[in-house]
Structure formats: structure tokens, C-alpha cells
Ligand binder design. Structure first.
Ligand code: GCW
Length: 707
């Protein structure tokens, strides 16, 4: 049945035309003798993929005949070693896929310096087939731009998943370590197919028990399943663990007994998991314990853990998502205020993990001001794959455009750019890069968020991207077929942040459904417009965080009575009879000042700000004239309604695509779109009704009052 279990690795039989045109390149498969588990995984994936795609078994050969497909490293395969392939620049994870000649016979080689590179190349090769590329004159080289490409599971030890909409946790802690569900292998295959090379198994709102011997053994079992696929395991660590499971009286990072406790704990973990990746930590945020409980800084806390991990090669990923009532004036400022001054104080195996925007995974946020502002601290990106604020499982929202928008954002920070823009005339930089002469000249030089993340802007020695997973025990893994695309786009962009969301959507559609052009064009367009549609029907024009309290589903802009100010949607929209929006200019909270001066200038100016961020940074009167010529109130109504229209257009598109899709997956998406349409109207009608009441504005002509 087409229940989505196979994800994008479906390997459905290709059309006869493609098969006969390319059969000459796929006569036999030549894999290394006595392969490592990773090379065996590559060989098996190829056999399985080719069997499905070609509809017949491909012979495994020891010798390379005409039309052979060879895989291996120079060390594992004398044939590959003899080819003299350009592997020099590919590092440990890169690969080449090449059309070659062996003894005058045409062949194809998938080669790398390491076994994992071969596995990545194998998945790339299968993707070529799945997307029906011709297999001639191949000269593909690829290596990841980012070192750590990780999923973050917010999975609890009781099997529930925080912000998970795809069923219970995949990790069956009760049956582990003895029973290893075969599904763990499929999880690893799917991730390896994208180049994801690590996974944090447990929630950042963590339970110290995950560090007890029993759970270390369970984690080790998962690590063993994942190891051949190049996936390391990491754990979220609870800062107060020495007290909770270690019977110490304090978790103060300056206390020698606490430091020793962590060293012993880390040694214990590495004894069970020699390639353990390290810790992810949420500290002093939303009630989690942390170093500030003892009057110590985030840096001191992170460095203590880093010291314990360093001898083993492990890393600390310290989250910058700090959210407490320290800064009630403007929540958006807190992370920068707390962390930017610590630049340069973190140990060399610490990465600071920063969410894409300054609040919390909203449908749209400006990029986080820390990006570009910490030249001496490796910053990792944290994206959310699960759609906490984007309609959970049922709303069709492809987040590729959101990721792309953030990665492409120009920080306008001057830098010691070593990558793309090196050699250009750089603005004069003083000391830490925070003061410089020619402000505008620091824009347009390629100092984008992507270049922060891949390390080239500040010459970081460690780089990383994390995605909060949308994976659970549902047959389809992600709560809906289209949510699988969000896992997919995350992985592809983590490997190469310069890929486009559109090309990735097309690739995913071809692999997941069909490569038929008519289908792919229409479905890709629907996906590409889906995120903007959600922005429109939920929070247009830079509005944010107007979702229902706690669960974050559906509109609740009227909520105002919760004890902490930033829990209330009214805190974010600030609407009254005079106007709407959060003033973050110099007259307001001055959050704009956290950006580089040219960006601050743009965001701080009513005239220059891109309209999609308008009410994020400005409080404006209802009759303010927007670029369409409509007054703000009417523009807001217009956009809410446009969002509903877009969902209706998606429904119409999907209905037309019925002939291309199997009944099961067609019906799921069809029903989900119906839910989305009803809820887009709910968002629109409730929001307009509420804002109409607070503003006293009338509905523009032609708009019907909400039902
Ligand atoms: O997105 C918010 C969520 C919390 C989450 C927190 C965080 C894991 O509402 O559920 O907790 O952010 O990122 O730490």
C-alpha cells in the first residue's frame, strides 16, 4: 500500500524508455570484497534501488565488464585506486560520481576517500535515476558545506514527543537495548540519503535519567544501528544532573566535584559509545536549570561540559534560545543581549545553537541578530522541521522557502571573509568587527546567514545546522506525506545551503510521487506558495505569535490575561484603536540596534523596511498607507483573505493532480487540504473580527462579515 512508509526512497520501476536508454550503464555492480558495514550498506542500497527502479536484479560482479557500476574507496577497491580520480578536495564525506573507462570499457564509478562518502555518493546516484537523469558523461563532485548536520528530537523518555505531530517517539525505550526495531535502520537510511550525520535523541527539556547507565546502554544500541550510516548519536544533557542522578548537592560549574562528576559521566558514555557526538543543552530558559542558577555565565556552564568532552572529541551545542523574564521589555532582544557579550569566551569545542529568528519559529521572522555578530564563536543554525506554528500535521506548508529566506539574508556584517567574497574590497574592520567605517559597503558582499553557518564568513573551525525533527511512529513518519518534504529539504540544505527550495521541492516530488512534468510543475508551485499562504492567513505583515496559548494551534490574538507578559498574543501585536505592531525602532525597544547598522537602518525605517516585516518592527496607525495604496487595516484584511484564497487554489491544484497520484496518498492530502481550508478561514475570520473590534475600523467594501 502507498502509506508513505518508504518516504522518498520508493524506487518505483522507471519507464521502459529511460531503462533502455540507460541500460548500457547498469550492466553489473562491482563492490569491494569483504566490505565494511558502511560499504555493505551502500552495496545493498544499490541492489535494492536498482532492483526496484529497473525491475530486475543487477548482477554483482568481481570484475569490471562493460557498463559496470563500481563503488568504493582507493583503500577498499584496487579498481577505484587504479582510476586516479580527483578525490583530493573531497574531505571525509565528499564523493565523486564519474563516467570512466576501465581497460577501454565504459563504466561508472562512485568513489570517495571514506566509506561514508561512498554511501552518500550511492544515494546521490540513485537520486539521478529516481529523477530520471541520463547516466552519460557523469562528472559529479560533492562535499558538504557544513560539518554537523543534525536532527534534534524533542522526544521524551515516556514516549511522548514535544511539538510532535506524527505519533509517539520512534525510540522504543522499553524494548531497547535488546530489541532493535528494523525501523531504526530505515530511519538511518533516510537520513543518510540526505547526508544527515547526527541525531540528538532526546528533548532539550530534558530528564536527567537519560544519562543513567540503563539509558546509556539503550542509546548505545541505537548508535550501533546508526553507525554504518554515518550517524552519530548525541544527547540533551540536563544541567542539574549531578544533583538529580549523582547525589551531589550542587551543579555549580565551578565546583570541582561537579566537574569531576561530568568527566566521569562522559567517560562512562564513551566507554559504551566510542563515537558519541556530545551534548545539546538548553539552560536557564523556560525553567530549565543552568549555570545562572549559581551566578555563573552561559560560557562557564558550556565550558565545563566542553572540558569533559574534549579528550574524547565530543562537542557541546549550547542553545541561545533563552527565554525568561529577565528582559520583559522585548523578548526578541534577550538572546543577543545575553550571548553577544560572551563572544570569544567559549571553549573551542562549543557551538552556540541559534534559532533562525529572534522569537520562536514563527511563520516569518527576520533573521536572528546573532548571525554575523559573533565572529569568535561558532554559531549553528536551529531550524524547526516540525510545524509547531504552521498547522501541525494537516496544513500543507513547505518550509523550504522559509529556510532559504533565512540563509540568503544579508547580515551586512563586515568580516574577514575567506570564502566567496574574498579578494573584494573589504570595509575597514576594527577589533571585533563591531565598528567600521563605510556602513553600506558591508552589504552585498555575500555576508549572508549561509556564510555564517558554513563558517566562511568568520573562518569558524566548527560548523553545524540542526533541525527539530518532525518524525514519529506514524506509518508515514512525519504526520503527512507533504511534511516528509520538510525533513527532506532540511537535510539537503544542511549539506548545501546554496541549493534552492524550488529545485529541492521538484526533486522530492519526483522521488515521492512521479517525475511526470505536468505533475511536478503544478505540485512544486503549490509547495512554493504554501508558506506565504500560511503567513497570510495566520500572521501577515510581520505579525507574530498570535496562536492559541500553549498548543499554538489556531488564532488567539485576544489572549491577554496570562501571568507572564510574553505568553500573551496582545504583547506581540499591541493593537488598539490607534494602531498595531511592535515598535522595535529606537523610539521603541530598539531591537533594531542588534543588527549591523545598514540592516538596522533598513528595518528601522518605515520607508525602507520590506513590508513582510513591517509590524515586527513598527507600530503604525490603522490608516498608514502601505505600498499597495491600501491603508494598513485594509491591507491586513486583504492579506488574510488572500491566504484563504491561496489554500483554495491549492485544493484546486491537488484535485487536478488526481490522475497522477495513488488513491491512498491522494485522499490523505485532499482531506488535509479541506481541514486547512476550513482553518485558514477560521484564522482569517477570527483575526479580522478581533482587530475590527479593537480598531473600530469598518470592513472594506466587498468583504463579507465573518460567518
Ligand atoms: O518552540 C518553543 C516550544 C517549546 C520548546 C522551546 C525550545 C522544547 O514551544 O515546546 O521546548 O521552544 O525551543 O526550547
Amino acid at each position: 500500500a502507498e502509506d508513505g512508509y518508504d518516504l522518498w526512497l520508493r524506487y518505483q520501476e522507471l519507464p521502459a524508455e529511460w531503462r533502455s536508454a540507460n541500460a548500457k550503464s547498469l550492466r553489473s555492480l562491482v563492490a569491494p570484497q569483504n566490505p565494511s558495514p558502511t560499504l555493505a550498506a551502500a552495496r545493498d542500497e544499490l541492489s535494492r534501488g536498482l532492483r526496484g527502479l529497473l525491475g530486475e536484479e543487477v548482477r554483482l560482479n568481481e570484475k569490471a565488464g562493460r557498463g559496470a557500476l563500481l563503488i568504493g574507496t582507493p583503500a577498499s577497491s584496487p579498481l577505484i585506486a587504479g582510476l586516479d580520480l580527483p578525490l583530493g578536495d573531497l574531505g571525509n564525506e565528499g564523493y565523486v560520481i564519474r563516467s570512466v573507462e576501465i581497460g577501454g570499457r565504459a563504466a561508472t564509478a562512485i568513489a570517495a576517500n571514506s566509506d561514508i562518502g561512498v554511501l552518500y555518493g550511492t544515494f546521490h546516484f540513485l537520486r539521478l535515476l529516481q529523477t530520471r537523469q541520463p547516466l552519460v558523461d557523469l562528472a559529479i563532485e560533492s562535499r558538504p558545506s557544513v560539518q554537523l548536520r543534525l536532527l534534534n528530537h524533542w522526544d521524551n523518555l515516556d514516549g511522548s514527543v514535544e511539538r510532535g505531530y506524527a505519533g509517539q517517539s520512534l525510540w522504543d525505550w522499553w524494548k531497547l537495548p535488546d530489541y532493535r526495531d528494523p525501523r531504526y535502520t530505515d530511519y538511518a537510511r533516510a537520513n543518510a540519503s540526505l547526508g544527515i550525520n547526527g541525531t540528538v535523541l532526546n528533548n532539550v527539556n530534558t530528564n536527567a535519567n537519560s544519562l543513567t547507565p540503563g539509558y546509556i546502554a539503550k542509546t548505545a544500541a541505537l548508535a550501533e544501528v546508526f553507525r554504518p550510516y554515518g550517524i552519530r548519536v548525541y544527547l540533551s544533557a540536563r544541567f542539574s544532573a549531578p544533583v538529580e542522578i549523582g547525589s551531589l548537592e550542587t551543579a555549580d560549574p565551578r565546583d570541582p566535584a561537579v566537574r569531576d562528576w561530568w568527566k566521569a559521566k562522559v567517560d562512562e558514555i564513551y566507554k559504551a559509545i566510542p563515537d558519541f557526538g556530545g551534548f545539546l543543552v538548553k539552560a536557564n530558559s523556560e525553567g530549565q536549570p543552568g549555570p545562572q542558577d549559581y551566578g555563573r555565565s552561559h560560557a562557564e556552564g558550556a565550558n565545563m561540559l566542553a572540558e569533559a568532552l574534549r579528550p574524547h572529541g565530543g562537542a557541546v551545542m549550547w542553545r541561545a534560545f533563552v527565554y525568561s523574564d529577565v528582559n520583559p521589555e522585548d523578548r526578541a532582544k534577550q538572546a543577543y543581549s545575553e550571548f553577544q557579550p560572551l563572544d570569544g569566551q567559549f571553549a573551542d569545542n562549543v557551538l552556540l545553537q541559534v534559532k533562525n529568528g529572534p522569537i520562536d519559529f514563527q511563520p516569518r521572522e527576520p533573521f536572528h541578530p546573532l548571525f554575523g555578530a559573533m565572529p569568535s564563536t561558532p554559531l549553528m543554525m536551529e531550524f524547526q522541521i516540525t510545524k509547531e506554528y504552521l498547522g501541525f500535521a494537516t496544513h500543507l506548508v513547505y518550509v523550504g522557502p522559509l529556510y532559504e529566506e533565512v540563509l540568503d539574508a544579508d547580515t551586512c556584517q563586515p568580516s574577514l571573509l575567506v570564502g566567496a567574497a574574498a579578494g573584494r574590497d573589504r570595509p575597514q574592520i576594527e577589533a571585533n568587527g563591531r565598528s567600521y567605517n563605510n556602513e553600506e559597503s558591508s552589504c552585498g558582499n555575500g555576508a549572508t546567514v549561509a556564510r555564517v553557518i558554513d563558517g566562511s564568513l568568520h573562518n569558524y573551525s566548527r560548523t553545524g545546522v540542526a533541525g527539530v525533527a518532525n518524525i514519529g511512529r506514524d506509518r508515514n513518519w512525519s504526520g503527512s506525506i507533504f511534511n516528509q518534504a520538510n525533513w527532506y529539504v532540511f537535510g539537503r540544505l544542511a549539506w548545501n545551503p546554496d541549493l534552492g527550495a524550488q529545485e529541492i521541492a521538484e526533486e522530492w516530488l519526483k522521488m515521492t510521487f512521479t517525475a511526470d512534468k505536468q505533475f511536478v510543475d503544478a505540485a512544486a508551485e503549490m509547495m512554493m506558495r504554501s508558506r506565504e499562504a500560511a503567513v497570510d492567513y495566520m500572521t501577515p505583515l510581520g505579525l507574530a505569535h498570535l496562536m492559541g496559548t500553549d498548543h499554538h494551534y489556531g488564532p488567539a490574538p485576544w489572549v491577554s490575561e496570562l501571568p507572564q507578559p510574553e505568553w500573551n498574543p496582545v504583547y506581540y501585536h499591541r493593537a488598539d484603536k490607534n494602531g498595531i505592531g511592535f515598535d522595535r525602532t529606537a523610539e521603541g525597544s530598539d531591537a533594531v540596534a542588534q543588527y549591523a547598522p545598514p540592516v538596522a537602518g533598513r528595518f528601522g525605517s518605515r520607508a525602507k523596511i520590506p513590508e513582510e516585516y513591517l509590524l515586527w518592527f513598527h507600530h503604525l496607525p490603522w490608516d498608514y498607507t502601505t505600498s499597495s495604496g491600501r491603508i494598513l487595516w485594509e491591507e491586513l484584511v486583504h492579506r488574510y483573505d488572500r491566504g484563504v484564497g491561496e489554500v483554495e487554489a491549492m485544493q484546486a491544484t491537488w484535485a487536478e493532480l488526481k490522475p497522477f497520484v495513488d488513491p491512498e496518498r491522494f485522499a490523505e492530502t485532499d482531506s488535509f487540504l479541506r481541514i486547512q481550508q476550513r482553518e485558514a478561514r477560521w484564522w482569517r475570520d477570527a483575526s479580522i473580527a478581533y482587530f475590527r473590534e479593537v480598531s473600530g475600523c469598518k470592513l472594506p467594501a466587498g468583504v463579507r462579515p465573518p460567518e
